[in-house]
Design a protein around this ligand. Structure first.
Ligand code: DP6
Length: 328
């Protein structure tokens, strides 16, 4: 059987950085997290299982992925085969409409799309919760790309309870995520590897103590559409996550000079009355969050910065879903 899915990437406002001790293989996060699905950063994937395939084949943006990514996809196909009690090999074709490995969470959209298409092709009939759990096992942040809009990945000690739910639909709040791409180089250290060092930072324990309050506050501000409180919270949260990364052993410096340049520009615009805030994942590209009314002014400002090579504006989006148009 064959199925195709499209899945959005997501931007974490309250971030997943570190796994629970002893639960790394199941990808149980050290804390819950909050994110928003992004309308213009998406992965489309078609999966077919068939007896006619002698081995699994994967084409990702027209190429075979690197060995490590290839093996990660195969492991996920094996999970799907195990749940579906099938042994057929698979053909997987996937396209991203944005650069991968640069901090734009391509593993979130990629593994969410693979999960939904693979489950469809294997006829798994999973609930949204089951789908989110399955996606999480491939890449933690992928579980948040399954439900729609603004989502929360619940903090839990067992795999069965560690999944994401929609906390508000996409049309709840008209905020925009403007991605400023300064470099398309792939990051050297993946999120998986980077966060495995989190607990070597002297600040990690401190951070964990505050996460429940941050999550409560973030949900409160989104509900009330309190943009100023929300923006200050998420900018501080991004810097805090990177502080843990920077103070890990060995240290992780994901930023480039261009990254800091754009960060400082955002803070200056704010002083000048253009309200926007940045957040950043593992990588060098920034996400600038603003209200829809300020979208064109933020884009105009970004266009003035020479280091910014590409700009992608995103609205809150639906979660992963099956589509009819196959890639092969
Ligand atoms: C900085 O979900 O890519 O983007 O579970 O090991 O695959 P694995 O990690 P991944 O980590 C994402 C980290 C982050 C923050 C976030 O999205 O919450």
């Amino acid at each position: 059987m064959k199925a195709t899915a499209v899945a959005p990437s997501n931007i974490a406002f309250i971030k997943y950085w570190g796994k629970k001790k002893g639960k790394e293989a199941e990808r149980l996060p050290a804390n819950g997290s909050i994110s928003m699905n992004l309308s213009n950063l998406a992965t489309t994937t078609t999966v077919a299982f068939s007896k006619k395939y002698k081995k699994d084949s994967i084409l990702w943006n027209g190429k075979k992925p690197r060995e490590r990514s290839f093996q990660r996809v195969i492991r996920h196909l094996d999970r799907i085969r195990e749940l579906g009690k099938i042994s057929e090999r698979a053909r997987v074709v996937s396209i991203n409409n944005f650069p991968h490995g640069t901090g734009l969470s391509s593993s979130a959209s990629g593994f969410a799309a693979l999960t939904v298409a693979g489950s469809g092709a294997a006829n798994l009939q999973l609930s949204q919760k089951g789908m989110s759990i399955l996606a999480r096992r491939a890449s933690g942040s992928a579980c948040r790309s399954i439900p729609s809009g603004f989502t929360e990945w619940l903090d839990a000690d067992s795999s069965d309870e560690s999944y994401a739910v929609s906390i508000f639909p996409p049309d709840h709040w008209n905020i925009i995520d403007i991605v400023a791409i300064t470099k398309k180089d792939e990051k050297e250290i993946s999120s998986t590897e980077g966060m495995s060092r989190a607990e070597t930072s002297p600040f990690f324990e401190q951070r964990l103590k505050k996460m429940n309050k941050k999550i409560t506050d973030c949900k409160k501000y989104i509900k009330a559409k309190n943009f100023t409180s929300f923006g200050n919270l998420i900018e501080q949260e991004a810097i805090e996550m990177h502080t843990v990364a920077l103070t890990s052993n060995p240290p992780l410096i994901y930023w480039y000079p261009e990254t800091v340049l754009v960060m400082k520009a955002v803070q200056q615009w704010r002083k000048d009355g253009l309200e926007s805030y940045f957040t950043i994942n593992t990588g060098h590209n920034l996400h600038i969050i603003t209200e829809a009314k300020n979208q064109s002014n933020v884009i105009k400002e970004l266009q003035e910065i020479k280091a910014v090579r590409e700009i992608i504006a995103n609205k809150p989006a639906l979660g992963a879903r099956i589509i009819e148009k196959h890639l092969f």
